[in-house]
Design a protein around this ligand. Structure first.
Ligand code: 5AD
Ligand code: FES
Length: 352
């Protein structure tokens, strides 16, 4: 099978061929060593991105406000069984300070991310969201706080939350069970994502590249699930082992495969908001730049207070843990300018 033909058809139809044949097409795109064919995939994905978003890159300020978590995901460094994690929570005042700093630096989206922490009741979450929206009315608030009931999601939405990130992690049942403890299910994960969409959030799903037991089959399912859900955002980054988890001795996902998947996701979902993630920047010093060149159009520098940054360790060797928000912000502008892109001061909504 010719890589160019597969690439062209992927863009034209938005899908791989159904069944076994499609899985082999995906495998071909993920394994070809023909540099010219690969450049074709990457450049086509970038051209599609440029048509919709131009050379502008959206920034989101990430506020990691709690690393307490009741869950025990096998891959994650803040899982409840990790007794080596130093737990912390930010107060509402600390969160507001992060937003103030961020606003002055040109952030117009704040992403509140945390573990599933019972301390942050719906009332507390709603209070934080509504305070941010009252003070920064031209900003979007994104939540990334895991699986909740539809009623909770509705309450956050009514309080002003605009977007919600909840990676599906894998769309394959068996693979999902290999990554999560028995009390979690793919079914509930999907229920959450569909509830969020129905309520009216801009929704993001996604997965780790190279997670243990991932295969061409499971990736094929991931890509089909994304088409079915039609999310506004898709977050992907390499799996990186965290030494205090059961997957601490596993291999990390690769830069190369992550970049190819970014291009594939862009071609299948031209309008989607696609971040070049911190994990990608962690496995290669120019990972985020290369992610943008492969079709990503969002970056998410860290706005968390420096005192807590090195405690939010989903994986090992995370970058930027010693840098102030302003350093990350300026570093990011320089990085994007170095490849001919420009970070913009804007909410950066989905363009339909
Ligand atoms: N490596 C890379 N990404 C990870 N995440 C959690 N643990 C790891 C890890 N070890 C990702 C998950 C989660 C997101 C917040 O971070 O995909 O949804
Ligand atoms: Fe944080 Fe470069 S993005 S220092």
């Amino acid at each position: 099978m010719k890589i160019r033909e597969i690439t062209d058809r992927l863009y034209e139809t938005g899908l791989f061929t159904a069944g076994e044949r499609g899985i082999r097409e995906l495998e071909a795109l993920l394994t070809t060593q023909e540099e010219e064919e690969l450049a074709y995939l990457r450049e086509k994905a970038r051209a599609v991105t440029n048509q919709i978003y131009g050379k502008e890159v959206y920034i989101r300020g990430l506020i990691e406000f709690t690393n307490y978590c009741k869950n025990n995901c096998i891959y994650c460094g803040i899982r409840r069984d990790n007794t080596n994690a130093q737990r912390y929570r930010l107060s509402k005042e600390q969160i507001m300070e992060c937003c103030e700093t961020g606003y002055a630096l040109g952030f117009r989206t704040f992403v509140l991310q945390g573990g599933e922490d019972a301390y942050f009741t719906d009332d507390r979450v709603c209070g934080i969201v509504s305070d941010i929206k009252a003070k920064f009315s031209d900003c979007a608030v994104t939540l990334s706080i895991g699986e909740k009931s539809k009623e909770s999601y509705q309450a956050y939405f009514d309080a002003g939350a605009d977007r919600y990130l909840l990676r599906h992690e894998t769309a394959d049942e068996q693979h999902y069970r290999q990554l999560h403890p028995p009390e979690m299910s793919l079914e509930n994960r999907k229920r959450c994502l569909y509830d969020l969409k129905e309520i009216g959030y801009q929704v993001g799903c996604g997965f780790m590249v190279g997670s243990p037991h991932q295969s061409f089959d499971t990736l094929y399912e991931d890509l089909n699930f994304i088409k079915e859900l039609e999310p506004h955002m898709v977050g992907i980054g390499p799996f990186i082992p965290q030494k205090d988890t059961p997957f601490g001795g596993e291999k990390a996902g690769t830069l190369d495969r992550t970049l190819r998947l970014l291009s594939i996701i862009r071609l299948m979902n031209p309008h989607v908001l696609l971040p070049a993630t911190t994990a990608l920047g962690t496995i290669h010093p120019q990972g985020r730049e290369m992610g943008i060149q492969a079709g990503a159009n969002v970056v998410m520098p860290n706005l968390s207070p420096v005192e807590v940054r090195d405690k939010y360790k989903l994986y090992d060797n995370k970058i930027c843990t010693g840098d102030e928000a302003a350093e990350c912000r300026h570093c990011m502008s320089r990085r994007m300018e170095s490849i001919g892109y420009r970070v913009v001061v804007a909410r950066g909504d989905f363009i339909s």
